[in-house]
Design a binder for this molecule. Structure first.
Ligand code: SF4
Length: 214
């Protein structure tokens, strides 16, 4: 059984997969408390749902792309089984993780979108750094949510120190919603010369920042 907050079909809003039809399996619970978290409604509640039932609902939506997210999906051990079953059924699977849990043991067919938490999140001391060693350049992406200039400098330092540019399919620079001037972040990104990609959360521009299940 898994604790599930919601299963829905929408457009993928982030990463290099943005704009693609996608089924989202949003698991309940997260041990982190990022200051700017936009998924606080996943911290509690949810329903206990069997893996078979999750698969049934995912199949019914008919999307090739499936994202397992949260909350923190890796906080539930059974998430590994779900990921494996989704891969077995031929879905293209994305895992969106906050970077606190180890990514070791995740089915290698799934692609990982790994957050590195910056200081303004309040959770930067909990980054599990060995996850960066497991990145695969053909599929995994790293995401930095930036709330201010210090976050940007932290991200640039991590990218250089861990030599991330050749080691990830993409390095995503994402503005914290309503926290930072987009033009400023765009300028820092452009000036950096780094092999990074600034992204906006597409779903929030289409449906608004507070709408769930889209
Ligand atoms: S890791 Fe994700 S779900 Fe958890 S508190 Fe941070 S932003 Fe929210």
């Amino acid at each position: 059984m898994l604790r599930v907050t919601e299963i829905f079909r929408s457009l993928q809003g982030e990463s290099t997969h943005a704009g693609r039809p996608c089924t989202f399996v949003r698991l309940t619970g997260c041990p982190m408390r990022c200051v700017w978290c936009d998924s606080e409604y996943t911290f509690s509640g949810g329903e206990h749902v069997s893996i078979e039932e999750v698969l049934k609902q995912v199949r019914a939506f008919g999307c090739q792309l499936v994202e397992v997210t949260g909350g923190e999906p890796l906080a539930q051990r059974q998430a590994h089984t779900l990921i494996q079953r989704l891969c077995d059924e031929g879905f293209e699977v994305l895992i969106e993780t906050g970077g606190f849990f180890s990514t070791e043991g995740i089915d290698e067919r799934a692609a990982i979108i790994l957050d590195v938490k910056c200081p303004a999140s309040g959770e930067d001391t909990r980054n599990h750094w060995p996850n960066l060693d497991r990145l695969r350049s053909d599929r995994d992406e790293v995401k930095f949510v930036i709330a201010n200039r210090s976050d940007w400098e932290y991200a640039a330092d991590v990218i250089k120190r861990y030599e991330l540019e050749p080691r990830a399919r993409a390095i995503l620079i994402s503005p914290a919603w309503d926290e930072i001037d987009l033009k400023e972040l765009a300028q820092w990104t452009a000036e950096s010369g780094l092999r990074v990609r600034m992204q906006l959360q597409l779903h929030k521009y289409i449906w608004g920042p507070d709408v769930k299940g889209v």
